[in-house]
Design a protein around this ligand. Structure first.
Ligand code: AMP
Ligand code: MG
Length: 319
């Protein structure tokens, strides 16, 4: 059932079953984070490998000390500046949190989502919600209730419909090395904003790519089923596949002098926030056209453009 009513969602969650919830980033597949039964169902339904830990959603910063400990002062500063919002903090976990949630790690990923329906839902519950993105492992994240329904239809009793996600890209994940923030995953909160709040942040070392601390950093992730390529010159690459059914994903401007089967424009005005909001929905649409190939245009390399290019690189094949 797709609904805007939180009451049935509360009942389903209290029975250790799952509901899909809207957030400002992407839709989440949510269950009681303190119940191993509910958490196991999340891994099962998503076909998510058990080594890939979940993000836990809480109703407010006040709840943080109940599930984490030894919180660095910069974590508090970031939480005060950006919660509710698209920032996930990786902190030392308390014993109440099962190893299943954290995939055996001593740290827990946690955030306060910025969506009125999910905040209202969290306030009705006396436990936090574990909620990774509501898509099968490895596929494109959902940014509407219809996307979630497409993935899980009969296998999910309730999808809470909060409209299209306002950010449209996953949260930025920040961990800590002593008191220094470390970027675990690029996301919809730009690093510039984080640096303005707490100063220098460090990037994950290259080892992380082989043995990822955040599987959002896995080299292939968020991928369409159709072969997808990323390039600076879409027209040139498209013209090297004559006769193919090609879909293109462009930042600002349509291609007018070369025939392609379908074109998606992320932001006619060249606004990276708008492009982020539209990216996954455009990928979903193209992926449903039975194309031979999707060709995506590289976005400007600053601000959110860095995040979007990171997501596109993980979704695409090298040319
Ligand atoms: P998803 O909610 O599906 O976007 O995935 C959650 C992301 O959070 C994954 O990329 C996880 O690797 C990351 N994550 C969750 N817990 C931790 C943790 N303890 N340390 C580092 N990354 C984490
Ligand atoms: Mg995900």
């Amino acid at each position: 059932m797709i609904t805007k009513d939180i009451e049935p969602a509360v009942q389903v969650l209290n029975k250790n079953d799952l509901v899909a919830i809207p957030t400002e980033t992407v839709y989440g597949l949510a269950g009681n984070a303190l119940s191993e039964i509910a958490v196991s169902k999340i891994f099962e339904l998503k076909k998510r490998p058990l080594y890939n830990p979940l993000i836990v959603h809480i109703k407010s910063l006040e709840y943080l000390p109940q599930i984490t400990r030894n919180i660095p002062s910069k974590a508090y500063k970031l939480a005060e500046d950006f919660w509710p919002g698209p920032l996930t903090l990786v902190l030392e976990k308390s014993p109440e949190i099962s190893d299943l949630v954290t995939s055996g790690k001593s740290t827990l990923a946690v955030r306060v989502p910025n969506h009125p329906l999910s905040l209202a839902l969290l306030k009705q519950l006396d436990y936090p919600l574990a909620a990774p993105s509501a898509n099968p492992f490895g596929s494109i994240s959902p940014t509407s209730a219809a996307h979630v329904d497409h993935y899980f239809h009969d296998n999910l009793q309730i999808i809470l419909d909060g409209g299209d996600c306002q950010r449209g890209i996953e949260s930025t994940i920040i961990g800590f090395k002593q008191d220094t923030p470390v970027v675990y995953r690029l996301g919809s909160l730009p690093l510039d904003d984080i640096q303005k709040s707490v100063g220098e942040v460090i990037s994950l070392d290259t080892n992380a790519i082989i043995n990822p601390q955040a599987p959002g950093m896995l080299s292939r992730h968020y991928a369409p089923k159709t072969d997808t390529f990323l390039t600076e010159d879409v027209r040139e690459l498209a013209s090297s596949f004559p006769g193919e059914k090609i879909g293109v994903l462009l930042f600002q401007h349509k291609i007018t002098d070369f025939p392609v089967y379908s074109q998606e424009i992320l932001s006619p005005s060249g606004d990276l926030n708008e492009a982020a909001k539209n990216l996954y929905a455009a990928m979903h649409r193209l992926d449903q056209l039975n194309l031979d190939r999707i060709i995506a245009e590289k976005l400007p390399e600053f601000g959110l453009g860095l995040t979007l290019n990171d997501k596109l690189t993980r979704a695409t094949k090298k040319v």
